[in-house]
Write a protein that binds this ligand. Structure first.
Ligand code: FAD
Length: 591
């Protein structure tokens, strides 16, 4: 065996955010003897879960109308939801949140002891989607979960970066990586593995508070041969351009308004009913079209919020409040001025994209489960309306329970010594070189290609092809030169590999979808519910990437769209605003 540390476990969990923690807890509760959770940083203090804004979309049984929630979530998911998954999600989300509350998460309550709730995006005024809120300091949820993982008897190893999955005869039998402080090689043999290492953002704005999520899970799963799905969609959103702060859902729920350079509240022109509370596919594209029309910079106006609203803002978004207070924007219970907002993105996996999983969270590889942002959020379709953080809790729990059952029933995992040697070579090679290129340099080169608005946010096939050529050039010319001075740079080197692959997948899969839906394609401006009610799958085959589309079983789903083609709603509205002068099968003509 290669020098380094070697471990054996029944269930290995990779990633210590909400999904990973929940998987470890539930695997133990299911009777699994040995559960090992490995985390690249410090479990409880890293990942998106630690810095999330505290808004949890959850149906309360008996209080909410499940049929209406199904309808709203499928419409917001633009009909690409896996409705079997969505039903499970709706039934399990509140019990999971209640459980975490019992473990110590403070949920906001009304004076008479009911759960306080704010209206969700794109929802019916009286009855539709509603959010619960947790309060307290940043990290309150993940601290509660860390304690519970330890109390469950699972073992946590922090500062371990996993770089490869081990497979034997198609079954996943563990993983390898290195210690982020000592650089020591780590090999773990596991009967079952849960991949819960988050997704990524190409290191653009929303890595608020953490930088560890860089599509490592996507890369590991893809290299091992697991299927990915929904990677044809990337997410983008308006985001504060002055400070790094999240929580737009909450801010908009409180009554914040977007205005353009002329001081015009423009969201009402794109969605007269919901305005800033519009579904994601409108909220993310309307500001983009305003910018395209030269009406930026855009601002978020919260100056009119009442004392009570600002008090709530402070309670639910303590990190934002601290930032705005330090900057002199928040004084007492008043927001003093408008904030400049721009677009952030693209993000592959913030919603929809990820490792393909069934309702047990099993991937297409035996022995491998995925949860949270690492998994495809198929319940939500092409939206995050079926709650990102709540999905991490629900899917984490499912992955842990089913991985434990698999570990109990499966044969001893077998490991190929030659593959461990190969993984060592792959994992440690940047440290073995005398010189070369650091990961950060490659990440910057990649950002220049994928972050500009008119590549993955506002799409056109020709521009995407050009970007793809540049990404493959980075892949072929720069990645082989990756160099690491020490374990810190080794982490960056692997993150550069993950980010380059994620960009290639997003572009290739995005080119495959020949319509507009969550993402507008100028060359295919119609939403096509005749030909494109399909999920796009990606898998490694040999040295190539296979991409194919599969029909949704829409015939047996409860919520169905009209089978027609229509102009993307934002382009329709942009016509009325004089931003678009003509549109047809040949594409969009801009004013
Ligand atoms: C600023 C912000 C605000 C948000 N607000 C909300 C909100 O209010 N409501 C909501 O529903 N959602 C919100 N979200 C989204 C939500 O936080 C995520 O969907 C959710 O936390 C994902 O949980 P996870 O466990 O899958 O991933 P994470 O919490 O990101 O955990 C992944 C973990 O894996 C570790 N890891 C990564 N790579 C490796 C590797 N190679 N080896 C080992 N470990 C690895 C990371 O260090 C990390 O700790 C927000 C996100 C952000 C960024």
């Amino acid at each position: 065996m290669i020098q380094g540390e070697h471990f054996e476990t029944d269930v290995l969990v990779i990633g210590g955010g909400a999904a990973g923690a929940m998987a470890a807890i539930k695997a133990r509760e299911a009777g699994c003897g040995h559960v090992l959770l490995v985390e690249k940083a410090h479990t409880g203090y890293s990942g998106a879960s630690c810095f999330a804004a505290g808004v949890l979309t959850a149906l309360i049984p008996g209080e909410d109308d499940e049929d209406l929630w199904m309808k709203e979530l499928v419409e917001q998911g633009q009909y690409l939801n896996d409705q079997d998954w969505l039903q499970i999600y709706l039934q399990e989300v509140f019990p999971r949140i209640r459980e975490v509350e019992e473990w110590g998460l403070p949920l906001r309550k009304t004076p008479d002891g009911h759960y306080a709730r704010v209206r969700g995006r794109g929802s019916h005024p009286e009855k539709g989607l509603r959010n619960l809120m947790f309060t307290g300091q940043v990290g309150v949820l993940t601290e509660v979960l860390r304690k519970r993982v330890l109390a469950s008897g699972a073992r946590i190893l922090d500062w371990i970066m996993i770089t490869s999955l081990l497979t034997k005869n198609g079954r996943v039998s563990g993983a390898t990586g290195f210690h982020g402080r000592s650089g020591e090689f780590i090999a773990i043999i596991a009967r079952a593995t849960v991949l819960a290492a988050g997704s990524g953002h190409f290191r653009c704005a929303p890595n608020t508070g953490h930088r560890m999520d860089n599509y490592d899970a996507t890369l590991m799963a893809y290299r091992a041969g697991a299927e990915l799905v929904n990677c044809d969609f990337t997410a983008h959103l308006p985001f504060c351009g002055e400070f790094k702060m999240g929580g737009m859902n909450m801010t908009v729920g409180l009554g914040a308004r977007f205005v353009n350079r002329m001081g015009e509240e423009f969201m009402g022109a794109y969605d007269p009913i919901y305005k800033e509370g519009a579904p994601r596919y409108i909220l993310s594209n309307a500001p983009l079209l305003e910018i395209k029309a030269g009406r930026g910079p855009l601002f978020m106006d919260m100056t009119h919020l009442s004392r009570d609203q600002v008090k709530l803002f402070r309670e639910v978004l303590p990190l934002n409040s601290a930032i705005l207070e330090r900057a002199g924007v928040l004084a007492g219970e008043k927001i003093m001025r408008k904030l400049e907002w721009s677009m952030y993105g693209p993000s592959l996996g913030m919603f929809s994209a990820g490792i393909a999983v069934d309702t047990r969270c099993a991937s297409t590889l035996p022995g491998l489960y995925a949860a949270g942002d690492a998994a495809a959020k198929v319940a939500a379709g092409v939206s995050d309306a079926a709650g990102a953080l709540p999905f991490a809790l629900v899917s984490g729990a499912r992955a842990g329970t089913h991985a434990a059952a698999y570990a109990r029933d499966a044969d001893e995992p077998r490991v190929d010594a030659a593959q461990v040697q190969e993984s060592w070579q792959y994992g440690m090679s940047p440290l073995q070189r005398d010189d070369g290129i650091e990961g950060d340099f490659i990440i910057e080169a990649l950002q220049e290609i994928v972050i500009p608005y008119e590549v993955l946010m506002l799409r056109h096939g020709a521009r995407m092809e050009k970007a793809l050529d540049r990404v493959t050039e980075v892949r072929d010319t720069l990645l082989p030169l990756l160099y690491a001075h020490d374990p810190h740079f080794l982490r960056l080197a692997h993150e550069a590999r993950s980010l380059v692959l994620a960009a290639e997948i997003a572009l290739r899969a995005g080119l495959e979808r020949k319509e507009s839906r969550a993402n507008i394609r100028e060359d295919y401006p119609y939403v096509d519910n005749v030909n494109w009610l399909k999920w796009i799958h990606v898998r490694r085959e040999g040295t190539g990437m296979r991409i194919w589309a599969e029909d949704l079983p829409i015939h047996r789903y409860a919520v169905k769209p009209e089978r027609k083609r229509y102009l993307h709603p934002c382009l329709e509205m942009a016509k009325g605003r004089g931003i678009v002068t003509g549109v047809g099968d040949e594409g969009v003509q801009w004013a």
